[in-house]
Design a protein around this ligand. Structure first.
Ligand SMILES: [Zn+2]
Length: 497
């Protein structure tokens, strides 16, 4: 299990801390393939729990899962001009299909068989709009076929030069939803519906508060009409784009000839949306809640919600505490909770506590002979605090504690975000803010890409979103925070992952 390594404190080096937390919790590791990660069982379990929750929400709103090929003919990517521009610099290509033995020794023993060159190279999907809409063109004939609401869970490849576990890797796992609608209103409604689902998932499952809003022209998805995003603020005051939902307009429908017969007998292009969240969310979860002792997993997504650690000295005590431990475990499991009973006799209780802490387990139950004599067990919270609870009724106490921890994590993260946000900043205040560590800076925006580009060059901050009404400041900014020209919308700037 986890080695008792020291975690670099957040205040000393956030990036080192992040890597240490991942190593200690055994969430993921770098692979022999540069830029690609191995997701280890504890990390993969978080992903499975995320998948299940999201998948239920997608299904409940009428979406169905399907699967499309990993390979996309290169010519498909060229069909939508902005799209190819956006992905051209980061695609992996398959150009040959065979190797041959050379008769040489060592690394040169095999080589690419030049006779196996493909007539048309295949792109390893960086995203699947093109292949999916090529299929939609076959499936959609009439207005009766609409809306078409699909999702797929898969991997994608975007060739990254600088990688970081979960946040930016060459291959990552995600879901991508793809839908077709009869009109713009249908597509817009869908894009917003999904944004709402992403927000609910981030806040209710991950306990990660987010701001919702629209991306600017320069930040939107390649080929989209409009891009919406959820943005969260990490503990180092950098923003994390945690999910995006795009109204693609008719751009892809025109490129792939997705046309349908209207009720009146006319021919129209469909309107599409696409939307996705990825294993990046795990990075967001880590950077939102974890501390200098390691991972803090919100109870809703914790692979293990309760670790039961019996304490004994003699064999008699061992059989007593482990018997009670088994019973408590069974009761908790009956209540639908994820529990581990730690009966290893190769480790002292203190070392076990340390290990479960590093794995982010929200609640630990300590069961010792003295506690049992007084009919109680000790409930310790990963986020701090330890108190005895009656053995009878332990399930209720644990359930309540998990619920409180989930709420408290969300409240603490929201409070931290608000403490690290400024509103109505002047240019000077903004520069000072970004130099001093940053956060979310709300200010007026003139709409000019020149201002955006200048701000990015000087401060590394970008517009995360033009926030939705509920996040906007009470006082509407009248001027651009940067150039003083009239403001067209309030914007939220931050340095971002
Ligand atoms: Zn401006």
């Amino acid at each position: 299990m986890a080695q008792a390594q020291k975690i670099t404190p957040r205040a000393k080096d956030f990036s080192e801390w992040y890597g240490d937390v991942i190593a200690q919790a055994q969430l993921a590791d770098y692979s022999p393939v540069r830029g690609c990660m191995v997701i280890r069982p504890h990390g993969y379990r978080i992903w499975e729990l995320m998948q299940r929750a999201l998948d239920d929400m997608f299904r409940a709103s009428g979406h169905r899962n399907a699967y499309f090929p990993l390979f996309i003919p290169m010519s498909f990517l060229a069909k939508e001009a902005e799209h190819v521009e956006g992905f051209a610099k980061e695609v992996a290509l398959v150009t040959h299909t065979r190797l041959r033995a050379t008769g040489k020794e060592g690394a040169g023993a095999i080589a690419v068989d030049p006779t196996s060159e493909l007539e048309e190279p295949l792109v390893v999907r960086p995203t699947s709009e093109t292949i999916i809409y090529a299929m939609f063109a076959k499936w959609i004939q009439s207005y009766r076929d609409l809306p078409l609401l699909l999702n797929q869970w898969c991997n994608v490849v975007r060739w990254e030069l600088r990688t970081r576990l979960f946040l930016r890797t060459t291959e990552f796992l995600w879901q991508e939803g793809h839908t077709a609608h009869a009109d713009e209103a249908g597509a817009e409604q869908e894009a917003r519906l999904i944004l709402g689902i992403y927000r609910r998932f981030a806040e209710e499952w991950m306990a990660m508060p987010v701001i919702t809003g629209a991306k600017t022209e320069s930040e939107k998805f390649a080929g989209a009409l409009r891009t919406y995003a959820i943005e969260a603020l990490m503990q180092d005051n950098k923003a994390l784009q945690a999910g995006t939902s795009h109204n693609l307009g008719q751009n892809f429908a025109k490129a792939f000839n997705v046309q349908y017969q209207t009720a009146g007998g006319g021919l129209e292009y469909a309107w599409n949306t696409s939307w996705g969240v990825s294993t990046r969310l795990i990075g967001g979860l880590i950077m939102t809640h974890s501390d200098d002792n390691g991972l803090v997993a919100p109870p809703q997504l914790a692979p293990v919600q309760i670790a039961i650690v019996p304490i004994w000295k003699t064999d008699d005590e061992r059989s007593q505490v482990s018997g009670v431990g088994s019973q408590v475990k069974a009761d908790l499991e009956k209540a639908g909770l994820r529990v581990e009973l730690d009966l290893r006799d190769t480790m002292k209780p203190g070392a076990k506590y340390f290990e479960w802490e590093g794995l982010g387990v929200p609640v630990r139950l300590e069961i010792g002979p003295r506690d049992l004599a007084s009919g109680q067990v000790v409930l310790a919270r990963r986020t701090g605090g330890k108190a005895p609870v009656p053995l009878q009724g332990a399930t209720a106490a644990v359930t309540r504690a998990l619920d409180e921890i989930q709420q408290a994590l969300f409240a603490a993260a929201r409070e931290r975000r608000e403490k690290n946000s400024i509103r109505g900043a002047t240019k000077a205040q903004f520069l000072e803010f970004m130099k001093g560590g940053g956060g979310f800076a709300y200010g007026g925006f003139c709409g000019s890409p020149t201002c955006e580009a200048e701000i990015k060059t000087q401060t590394n901050a970008t517009i995360r979103v033009l926030p939705d009404p509920e996040f906007r400041s009470k006082e509407v900014p009248k001027q651009c925070m940067w150039c003083d020209a009239p403001s067209i919308a309030e914007a939220v700037w931050a340095q971002a992952y």
